[in-house]
Design a protein around this ligand. Structure first.
Ligand code: GCW
Length: 664
């Protein structure tokens, strides 16, 4: 071999190695092993369908399925399956039946994931019907590719290049979503630019929709309520104005001509400065229904957000309920009210929003935040399944005991024409998609819970770890424990016992309980939420305070209202509590606060030690990157502890217990 040829061979070798062994996290949880030619010659994957989604399911199985023969069938009568599936084994083959093509694709990923876990799948019988009809990501991506509250780089959508240039990541994104059952995506920020509805952008949106379709994913758009005026040149955007109604009808028609399976619109109206129907003296129902009527002929949906609050004298936590409950029953059946899990704003811990269940004749859906706006961005390891489940499993007592948020929103207790659940995406163009390798688990967990809200946080964590890292038992057990406690850990070092929104102004990263801006909006100031003074700390939302408790059904109302029965993890959410108040532990409130902050710090230190022990189980790149992130997390945890305790101490005037880690 000439020197030159040897050189080329060597370069090729390096390229192949880096391709095969690149452990940059770009493959997410999709690390199935290709089957050998020998295995694939031994079994058949059959289908009569020529639907592109079914053929994709077939291809995935051809490539990765090591088991016996598989037959993929569509049964148009089995509507009760929705887009789920049924797997039965008969003789030497698996038969997979679905009502919709996407069901077969989900089944394919299901058995590939089970195969990875080492499950016995030769005799496998299972039926899966998804908890929610629409399992949707909300991207807060702007058209200039910045991402509001995004911590994984710029937006995946390269608007300037679309529709001519199609990044391979569009398809990888769709595949990752399909593999966890996500079937819808809102491409752009709820603080929506009207430009998204121009013909120029709609052809770009179409290009993405065309890629996602095969993966069973429908595209939705956030729309700006003023679009008729801003890009349509109309005099106003009043929902009762006939010209405005016609403008939306035509716009919807234009969209469906390009994208026949377009999902619908997501709307943030009259919230944080966004335009809306109230600008014209109309209600949220007037606005939502006008859009709903325009999109109804195409079976489209309107997701109308309930995240509204104004700088009034009224407690911010009460405002969504006050604005929306009087409108109950007035919304069209293709409108669904999208409600954040907590009444303030994606805090480390909040009680559930009392609006859930309070609107008896209006479809409602939960909005979770997967991106970690208030949880240390993509720097902190925080596994969110426990947070999601805490809300879904909360009993709202809307129709007596057992009326959980899950059952209210999935259509079990109230009929809903289409049920839905949304997660604000944590995805960007970072090589590993989410900034922190462990943040991938939150994307995964959202999809898994949207598919089946009965799954446990633990099972989801284990499945993700096995797919993403290794099946080694020690690794899976220890790292699962770390993941499961990580949400409580962040609550402890940021905002224990129901404290909330004491973040640094605007960017929401570090602590700033002292934050104040003369003349600024009170409800954007941390003291509005913590109310610390010489007597104590916390927001009095009881009957003697803002009376937010009244928005909860009994027995919760009384439970939260009484300091003796209020769960301690929410005590400062509902009560202004004296520094000397005796907690269940026997400590005073002040000591208890100190202890929680310290525990948060100690637990992150324990995660560091644990992760160090995992070095031999993980590839060097991901090991080091996670190790480095934990260094940021511990620095931040100490910062939170010191800042908050020193600040609150100026009011409590009590010593910091000796056992709390120094320096403070
Ligand atoms: O959480 C707050 C964020 C805003 C966001 C808003 C919302 C998209 O700080 O950045 O805007 O909520 O949910 O509309």
């Amino acid at each position: 071999m000439s020197l030159r040829r040897a050189h080329i061979v060597y370069i090729l070798f390096i390229l192949i190695c880096t391709q095969t062994f690149a452990e940059d996290g770009s493959q997410l949880w999709l690390r199935f092993e290709k089957v050998s030619a020998e295995i694939s010659a031994k079994r058949t994957i059959k289908t009569k369908s020529v639907d592109p989604t079914v053929l994709l399911a077939k291809q995935e199985l051809e490539d990765y399925w090591k088991g016996n023969n598989v037959e993929l069938l569509i049964d148009r009568k089995l509507t009760k399956l929705k887009d789920g599936f049924k797997i039965t084994s008969s003789g030497s083959k698996l038969q997979i039946v679905a009502n919709k093509p996407a069901g077969l694709l989900y089944a394919a990923y299901h058995i590939l994931q089970k195969q990875n876990e080492g499950a016995e799948i030769t005799h496998y019988n299972v039926e899966e019907i998804p908890s929610y009809d629409i399992r949707i990501l909300n991207h807060w991506d702007n058209l200039d590719r910045t991402v509001e509250r995004g911590y994984a780089g710029y937006s995946l959508w390269k608007w300037a290049e679309l529709p001519q240039v199609l990044s391979p990541r569009y398809e990888e994104y769709a595949r990752a979503n399909a593999s966890i059952g996500i079937n819808a995506t809102v491409l752009n920020n709820v603080n929506a630019s009207p430009q998204i509805l121009t013909p120029e952008y709609l052809t770009k949106v179409k290009a993405l929709a065309d890629i996602f379709r095969k993966y069973g994913i429908k595209v939705y758009l956030s729309v700006n309520f003023s679009s008729p005026k801003v890009i349509g040149g109309l005099e106003n955007s009043d929902p009762l104005n006939k010209d405005v109604q016609l403008w939306w009808k035509n716009k919807v028609k234009e969209i469906y001509q390009l994208i026949p399976d377009f999902g619908g619109f997501l709307v943030k109206a009259n919230s944080e400065g966004q335009p809306g129907p109230q600008d014209y003296g109309r209600t949220h129902a007037d606005g939502a229904n006008m859009l709903a009527d325009a999109i109804k002929p195409y079976s489209g949906m309107i997701m109308w957000r309930a995240f509204v609050y104004n700088p009034t004298k009224e407690d911010r936590a009460k405002q969504a309920y006050q604005e929306f409950v009087p409108l109950d029953g007035q919304f069209r059946d293709n409108v669904i009210i999208q409600i954040k899990n907590g009444p303030i704003d994606f805090q480390p811990r909040e009680p559930f929003t009392p609006l859930f269940g309070a609107m008896r004749n209006t479809a409602q859906m939960v909005e979770f935040q997967i991106t970690q706006e208030y949880l240390g961005f993509s720097n902190h390891l925080v596994y969110l399944a426990p947070l999601f489940k805490e809300t879904l499993d909360s009993d709202a007592y809307a129709d007596g005991a057992g009326t959980t948020i899950a059952k209210i929103t999935d259509g079990t207790v109230r009929k809903i024409s289409k049920s839905a659940i949304a997660g604000v995406a944590n995805i960007g163009e970072d090589v590993n998609w989410t900034g922190h390798h462990f943040a991938q688990a939150n994307w995964f967990a959202f999809g898994k819970l949207a598919w089946n809200h009965q799954l446990s946080s633990e099972d989801i964590a284990k499945e993700w770890l096995k797919l993403t890292f290794t099946k080694d038992e020690t690794f899976v057990k220890d790292v699962t424990d770390m993941m499961l406690t990580s949400r409580e850990t962040v609550v402890n070092y940021m905002m224990p016992l129901g404290l909330h929104h004491i973040f640094a102004f605007d960017h929401h990263y570090g602590p700033e309980p002292w934050g104040n801006m003369p003349g600024g909006r009170a409800d954007w100031m941390p003291w509005y939420y913590h109310n610390a003074n010489e007597k104590g700390v916390g927001f009095n939302r009881t009957t003697s305070g803002s009376n937010a408790v009244v928005q909860y059904n009994e027995p919760l109302r009384s439970l939260f209202n009484d300091i003796q029965t209020c769960p301690e993890n929410l005590i400062l959410w509902f009560h202004h509590v004296s520094w000397d108040h005796k907690m269940k532990s026997g400590l005073t409130l002040w000591e208890e606060i100190c202890t929680h902050y310290d525990r948060g710090v100690q637990d992150v230190r324990a995660y560091q030690r644990l992760w160090d022990k995992m070095e031999s189980y993980v590839d060097a790149q991901r090991f080091k990157e996670i190790q480095s992130k934990l260094k940021i997390q511990i620095k931040d945890a100490v910062w939170w502890k010191d800042a908050c305790l020193l600040y609150f101490q100026t009011f409590s005037r009590k010593p910091i217990p000796y056992y709390i880690e120094r320096p403070i």
